[in-house]
Design a protein around this ligand. Structure first.
Ligand code: IPE
Ligand code: IPE
Ligand code: MG
Length: 224
């Protein structure tokens, strides 16, 4: 059975779900947040140590302001209401991406990270304003600037995912088969599962099925 330390998820399909059922993309984002909570609980049940959630990419700034504002308000409300509960559950929150939001949200994110820093049960990496190409360029630039030896170990020091093992498994919901600038380096040897369901329709049962299948895969890493 394959060890499973880190699951990464591209939570895609909120907008389509919202349009289909409520005639508004934003209601899809709201519904998607409930699924996030369910999947966190299930991840803990499986004793998985790292869960990385792609919530907002560097490319998502192209969206209408109204949608962007809605998304960040949703996040702000969620963290304000739930950070103590997450903390009690021994969950550590880490933001990956560049924190360039409103002053209020930046502060809330910093505070949430600080509050949960010592927690050990599960580390949630929330990818916000995250772009893998930027992360890579930045890491290479730092390596050059500091004149450090050009090797993988030194490169990882400058990744936002520093000290986080590479994902064992990537799940993308929403019936789209692409990476959308997510963890391009870190996913080099991850198992990838593309799920047809839209994120708000995804549930524990779907998740469990994917985890069960993952355990049976023969991971070769180039070997036979
Ligand atoms: C993913 O769902 C969530 C974010 C990017 C914030 P989308 O909003 O991309 O949903 P679709 O793909 O348009 O349905
Ligand atoms: C990827 O989804 C980003 C997140 C889920 C946060 P997108 O919906 O933005 O990806 P593209 O633009 O369809 O590739
Ligand atoms: Mg999408």
């Amino acid at each position: 059975m394959n060890p499973l330390n880190h699951v990464a998820i591209i939570m895609d399909g909120n907008g389509r779900w919202g349009l289909k059922y409520k005639n508004s993309r934003n209601s899809g984002h709201k519904a998607g947040l409930n699924v996030v909570e369910k999947i966190i609980k299930e991840t803990i049940k499986h004793k998985i140590k790292f869960l990385t959630l792609y919530a907002f990419s560097t490319e998502n700034w192209k969206r209408p302001k109204k949608e962007i504002n809605y998304l960040f308000n949703l996040l702000e409300t969620f963290l304000t209401n739930k950070i103590d509960e997450l903390n009690k559950q021994n969950i550590k929150l880490k933001i990956i991406g560049v924190k360039k939001f409103t002053y209020k949200l930046n502060k809330l994110l910093d505070l949430s990270e600080k509050k949960t820093y010592q927690n050990k049960k599960l580390q949630i990496n929330l990818a916000l304003n995250y772009g893998s190409k930027f992360e890579l360029m930045n890491a290479f630039k730092n390596l050059c600037k500091k004149k450090e030896k050009f090797n993988e170990k030194n490169l990882y020091k400058y990744f936002q995912t520093k000290n986080i093992p590479d994902p064992d498994l990537l799940i993308r919901t929403g019936n789209t088969k692409r990476l959308s600038n997510f963890l391009l380096w870190q996913l080099a040897y991850s198992e990838i599962y593309f799920e047809k369901k839209l994120w708000p329709d995804f549930n524990e049962k779907d998740y469990n099925k994917i985890l069960k299948n993952y355990k049976k895969i023969k991971r070769n890493f180039g070997n036979i």
